[in-house]
Design a protein around this ligand. Structure first.
Ligand SMILES: O=C(O)CCC(=O)C(=O)O
Ligand SMILES: [Fe+2]
Length: 286
């Protein structure tokens, strides 16, 4: 049989600090013990935060790739409420849930991140996907099939923040590639809602500017975070200093092959995606 080991080598083996985070074998120790710790953290805290997930040269490589691609990225200014949906017209005019925020970011969609980048290869790694699935204790978990949403790189420029929101997926996976000089803290209201109800008082206080119930955890560059962002209101505080905060957002789905509606993708990604989709409809080459 031909030796295909070179072509099939999973990039996790070269990029992740496997001594510290033994994700390549989760059925035997030390991997099994480590997995149990991650699952317990997700279960009790709603997050699992792995600092120094990448080897330092790998982090430098991914950060260089992201910085090289970002000049081609779209500048997004998306108006949205915390639920990322239409405002409920039955709510009183001054209700905090009607509040809309502008999300301003320089953002690369999945189709702008080439297949040969180490970042895309890391996202496509079967070992990584399996690790994420098992930490989240899902029967099945697939990388998102949407051509724009699957893997994104989000740069928040100094002066920007990531406005308060719930994610539209249950769990978000992020890899911080470049931390802000100061500020740019990932901040959240733990378990602020369930499928049945929401802690209205806590949410109103946060949206009114009172941060006393909000939590944060340390996330230097290279931190890999799994977070139940569909259930905890969260955002990133204003980035300060001289360079952007750059984060890779990895998206997964319990169903295979599901894509996002054109309208939503146009709302998120703006003119470039609108043009691609329009060209496709008229048969023009995108
Ligand atoms: O950049 C981060 O740390 C969080 C981003 C986030 O909340 C999101 O993309 O939904
Ligand atoms: Fe989020």
């Amino acid at each position: 049989m031909a030796d295909t080991s070179q072509t099939q080598r999973d990039v996790v083996l070269d990029l992740v600090d496997l001594d510290r985070y033994p994700i390549a074998d989760l059925d035997n120790n030390p991997g099994a013990e480590f997995l149990a710790e991650c699952q317990s953290s997700i279960d009790s805290n709603g997050w699992c935060n792995l600092e120094g997930f990448l080897q330092s040269d790998a982090l430098a490589r991914l950060n260089t790739e992201a910085n090289a691609l970002l000049p081609t990225a779209e500048v997004l200014n998306v108006k949205r409420n915390i639920y990322q949906g239409a405002v409920d017209p039955s709510l009183p005019k001054d209700d905090a849930r009607r509040k809309e925020f502008i999300h301003s970011a320089v953002q690369l969609a999945d189709d702008q991140i080439p297949a040969e980048t180490a970042l895309k290869q890391l996202y496509k790694s079967e070992i990584l996907t399996e690790f994420v699935r098992r930490v989240q204790m899902k029967e099945q978990l697939y990388r998102c099939a949407d051509e724009f949403q699957a893997l994104n790189v989000v740069a928040l420029q100094p002066g920007s923040w990531h406005a308060w929101h719930y994610d539209t997926t249950e769990c978000t996976v992020t890899l911080l590639l470049q931390a802000a000089e100061t500020g740019g803290e990932f901040t959240f209201l733990p378990n602020s809602r369930t499928d049945e109800e929401e802690d209205r008082e806590a949410v109103d206080r946060l949206l009114g500017g009172d941060m006393s119930l909000a939590q944060t955890f340390s996330r230097g560059a290279g931190t890999f975070t799994l977070f139940r962002g569909g259930y905890s209101l969260h955002g990133v505080t204003e980035v300060e200093g001289n360079h952007p905060r750059i984060s890779a957002i990895m998206t997964y789905d319990e169903q295979p092959g599901r894509v996002i509606g054109d309208e939503i993708n146009i709302r998120i990604y703006g003119k470039r995606v609108e043009q691609i989709l329009a060209n496709r409809k008229t048969g023009a080459i995108a």
